[in-house]
Design a protein around this ligand. Structure first.
Ligand code: ADP
Ligand code: GLC
Length: 493
């Protein structure tokens, strides 16, 4: 049985969050701990985290002399520690002023572009985690890494010399949260990786069209790979969703799994949500009406009980369907609805939707930037939730919105297909409205179907209530991860 796990991620809620990876990294380890796993989490000590160290109860781990080799240079680092909130799960932070002292997780907040030294940051971080784990005397049975940021670790585990002998049985799992981000860098990065240039040959593990692709390395060297929903696991093996790695994934299909993410209901539940002033549940939805009023006030839009309010929260990227929404927006605004958007990312979309909101001052509200509290207001205060993602590895917002009685209108892909049931196709079980073709017309039709259902109050309440009662808690996902850990460790893969 697997007992000891080291879990590594570039973002962990509440310390640093860009998207769903942070939510998962902040919750899954706690759920595994509840199942009896001794799990320890590692992440970088970003400038943003350092600034809030006191609030988070972060302290020095008291280990001196930590260092890694990068190229011919020795890079020293410090180790800080805390616990994941409301738990006994230890989290350690890798601190190095030169590489991580600044603010920003992946993007430079000033330029909105990836840091020029991204590759060095990531290689350093991964090497440092190994050093820290050894210095702490931890002997992990499973090394669980996440996304391209930590995908070199399985290769270090298999190829690097100098790991303690009791690591000889350690196995690795790579979770792919999003195949669109692969960590592709100029081949010079091999110098700082330090595993030798002989691994770099055409179609070899470290070669990807003349460059180095961290995620590809991870897929090849990890003992098992999983994605965050069963449907996405199938999709990524096709050229349409494979982002150029579908061939590699098909080659490794026998060690590829799909495990649906869970929801941390201690953070995302309208009965206990710490961010919203009015709580509610199935039997009394007045708190939801109050939240709708508050939310509209935030966006400076008029309240109308009869007019459905659609909410949308997501990183402003192509992935999330902003191109479709841009195509559909004028027709959408002709319908009897209001729409509030919270998103940050591509300046092209930020600008476009802000301009549009000026054209529809009573119907469209747009806010950019990252606002945790507002995200909770939108889940609670909206009548429906829009998620037209082009692809969606799992997607957490559709699961959150169901719990808040805010049925999703969404593109039927990835984790959305695994979690939402269309209410017209399946009137007995329906929890939302899905469209399959990825175009503006299909999106509009799904919205119109949702509006129809909304007018039938009784039917709508049933759709809401079914969604609120769905249970996507982490416990069952964590059991699946534990099962997979055991299979990997027993060498069954
Ligand atoms: P992804 O990880 O692809 O961004 P998910 O649906 O898995 O998508 O998770 C997104 C998470 O990030 C959710 O918790 C969502 O509420 C949050 N989020 C996204 N954009 C923002 C934003 N601008 N402000 C606040 N929270 C956001
Ligand atoms: C990614 C995906 C999202 C998923 C999240 C957590 O960012 O885009 O679909 O829910 O990771 O696994």
């Amino acid at each position: 049985m697997v007992k000891n796990v080291v879990f590594v991620a570039a973002e962990v809620f509440p310390f640093a969050k860009v998207g769903g990876l942070a939510d998962v990294a902040g919750a899954l380890p706690k759920a595994l701990y509840e199942l009896g796993v001794d799990i320890v989490v590692f992440m970088p000590y970003y400038g943003d985290v350092k600034k809030k160290a006191d609030d988070f109860g972060i302290s020095d781990a008291g280990i001196d002399g930590l260092k890694v080799k990068l190229n011919d240079k020795i890079e020293e680092f410090q180790l800080f520690q805390a616990k994941l909130p409301d738990s006994d799960v230890p989290i350690y932070f890798i601190a190095n002023e030169r590489l991580f002292g600044r603010e920003g997780v992946y993007l430079d907040p000033v330029t909105n572009k990836p840091f020029p030294d991204t590759a060095e940051r990531l290689v350093f971080f991964q090497k440092a985690v190994f050093e820290a784990v050894v210095a702490l005397g931890i002997n992990p049975q499973i090394l669980h890494v996440n996304d391209n940021h930590t995908a070199l670790m399985p290769a270090f585990l298999k190829l690097a010399n100098g790991l303690p002998p009791n690591w000889s049985r350690t196995k690795s799992l790579l979770t792919i949260h999003n195949l669109a981000y692969q960590g592709v860098f100029d081949k010079d990065v091999l110098d700082i990786i330090g595993l030798g240039w002989e691994l770099f040959y055409p179609t070899g593990p470290f070669e990807f069209y003349g460059k180095v692709n961290f995620l590809k390395v991870g897929i090849i060297f990890a003992d098992a790979v999983n994605t965050v929903s069963p449907t996405y696991k199938e999709e990524i093996q096709t050229p349409e969703f494979g982002e150029g790695l579908d061939g590699v994934l098909r080659e490794h299909a026998d060690k590829l799994f799909g495990i649906l993410n869970g929801v941390d209901y201690s953070v995302w539940d309208p009965r206990v949500d710490k961010f919203i002033p009015h709580h509610y549940w199935l039997d009394d939805l007045t708190g939801k009406t109050k939240m709708k009023k508050l939310l509209l006030k935030e966006y400076d839009l008029p309240y109308d009980a009869e007019r459905p309010l659609i909410g949308m929260i997501s990183r402003m990227t192509e992935q999330k369907g902003y191109d479709l929404l841009a195509d559909a927006i004028d027709e959408l605004m002709e319908l009897d609805l209001q729409l509030v958007i919270l998103g940050s990312g591509d300046p092209k979309y930020e600008k476009f939707f802000i301009e549009k909101s000026k054209a529809y001052p009573e119907k469209l509200g747009v806010k950019t930037g990252f606002h945790a509290e507002l995200a909770h207001y939108i889940e609670a205060g909206s009548d429906m939730f829009l998620m037209p993602s082009r692809f969606e590895p799992c997607g957490l917002n559709q699961m959150y919105s169901m719990r808040y009685g805010t049925p999703p209108i969404a593109h039927k892909v990835g984790g959305i297909a695994d979690t939402v049931v269309d209410a017209d196709e399946n009137p007995e079980l329906g929890t939302g409205f899905l469209f399959t073709r990825y175009d503006a017309d299909a999106l509009l039709k799904a919205v119109q179907r949702a509006l129809m259902a909304f007018r039938d109050r009784e039917r709508w309440l049933k759709i809401m209530q079914r969604g609120m009662k769905m249970d996507f808690s982490w416990e069952s996902s964590a059991r699946n991860y534990l099962k997979l850990y055991n299979e990997i460790y027993e060498g069954n893969l």
